[in-house]
Ligand binder design. Structure first.
Ligand SMILES: [Zn+2]
Length: 79
């Protein structure tokens, strides 16, 4: 999925869409998500972050200077 071309707020270069993978178990991967509030510790998983509560994050990276900006929206979930 792509969105309209974004321009870098630092240098006006083109921002390329990407994502930050979340490696959670035995090589399984999901799209990193935004979670409300301060992270809470969990004995079993180290940090409580139920995947159903996360909003998928897209990372837009400037191809010129490397500046990276995050947006979270349901539309950024794996397709
Ligand atoms: Zn830039």
């Amino acid at each position: 999925m792509t969105t309209n071309k974004l321009l870098c707020p630092k240098c006006n270069g083109e921002m390329a869409q990407g994502f930050v993978p979340d490696y959670y178990s035995h090589g399984a991967t999901r799209v990193g998500g935004w979670h409300a509030g301060h992270p809470k510790k969990s004995f079993w998983s180290r940090t409580k972050a139920p995947s159903r509560e996360g909003i998928p994050i897209a990372a837009f990276r400037c191809e010129k200077c490397g500046f990276t900006e995050f947006y979270s929206d349901a539309k950024f979930a794996a397709q």
